[in-house]
Design a protein around this ligand. Structure first.
Ligand code: CDV
Length: 311
């Protein structure tokens, strides 16, 4: 017997520095309504879906970048998303910049939440693999300063039980690290949801532009296949105030095949009727973890970060 559920991925076109939260939330709600009309039960939105991708800019004072952060969720401005979820009985993943107070100290994370079809937050993830630098590199046309504005996530890679199946979350650069998905798969994740903002240009070296999307797709397809799980990947893309980012939002099956892909660099919804049991045969055979994993040989993965060459 198959467990079929329609999932949607909601790609977002550019959000500019002067775009209002209200206008962005309306775009998200419109996409959620379209997802519902197409029979979807869950929607994945991008990383930092409420604002422009601000880590490309250099800010020295907290007053300059505080406006990109959410101190509460839902807030009066984001409440329509939660109301819409409840009204339509549709769940969603949303990426945003989180400002919170822990033990009396202000903390900032690049975060995503999982909101159930009755409008309740059922899970939170704080991005672990923060790319880029803390200080500006200076000689590029833009920066990538996630390490300046965010702390490394402190929640691990949680997996949440939903009414349709077990959902794991990660964010953008996390998708390039196989460890991300394997940890969630070991907790039984059947669906991985992720949002991303990937600049078209690599500021660290002169990489041909076509490789940006190739590496993105490669990461998603291998993650799906090697863990026998579905991947929902939502881009924020197009030209944000002149800074371009790749699109290519995708739904990837546990077989490693991309079954739906966005074609524009604008707001666009893609959907697929996913059989959540499709990955079961993969997890029973070639990737039967209990039978075939050799953890006695994997120790370096958790005890060593960089390469160390034995002479
Ligand atoms: N937002 C990101 O994490 N972006 C990175 C870029 C910097 C390479 C990514 O992995 O897509």
């Amino acid at each position: 017997m198959s467990r079929r559920v329609v999932f949607a991925v909601a790609q977002l076109g550019p959000i500019h520095l002067d775009s209002s939260r209200k206008a962005v939330v309306k775009r998200l709600v419109d996409l959620m309504r379209e997802a519902h009309a197409r029979g979807a039960k869950w929607v994945t939105f991008p990383e930092l879906a409420l604002t422009t991708f601000f880590p490309r800019y250099v800010y020295n004072d907290v007053e300059e970048y505080d406006r990109f952060f959410e101190e509460e969720l839902p807030s009066p401005e984001t409440q329509p998303l939660f109301d819409c979820a409840r009204e339509l009985s549709i769940g969603f993943y949303l990426g945003y910049a989180e400002k919170t107070v822990i033990d009396g100290k202000v903390r900032r994370f690049n975060t995503s939440v999982l909101v159930s079809p009755n409008g309740d937050i059922i899970g939170k993830y704080r991005k672990i693999h923060l790319p880029g630098t803390k200080d500006p590199i200076g000689d590029a046309e833009f920066e990538h300063l996630e390490k300046r504005y965010f702390e490394v996530g402190d929640l691990g890679f949680p997996v949440h039980k939903s009414e349709v199946g077990r959902i794991g979350m990660c964010i953008c650069n996390d998708r390039r690290w196989p460890e991300t998905f394997r940890v969630m798969a070991l907790k039984g994740a059947e669906v991985f949801m992720l949002g991303y903002n990937t600049p078209t240009r690599n500021i660290h070296y002169n990489e041909p532009a076509h490789l940006r999307e190739h590496h993105h797709r490669l990461s998603l397809e291998s993650a799906a296949y090697q863990n026998g799980a579905w991947v929902m990947a939502a881009a924020k893309c197009g030209s944000e105030d002149g800074f371009t980012m790749i699109g290519g939002s995708a739904i990837v099956a546990p077989t490693g095949e991309t079954v739906a892909r966005a074609v524009s660099e604008d707001d666009e919804l893609i959907t697929h009727n996913c059989d959540l049991d499709l990955g079961a045969y993969i997890r029973r055979s070639v990737f039967n973890f209990a039978k075939h994993r050799r953890i006695e040989h994997y120790g370096l993965i958790t005890t060593q970060t960089g390469v160390e060459i034995e002479e």
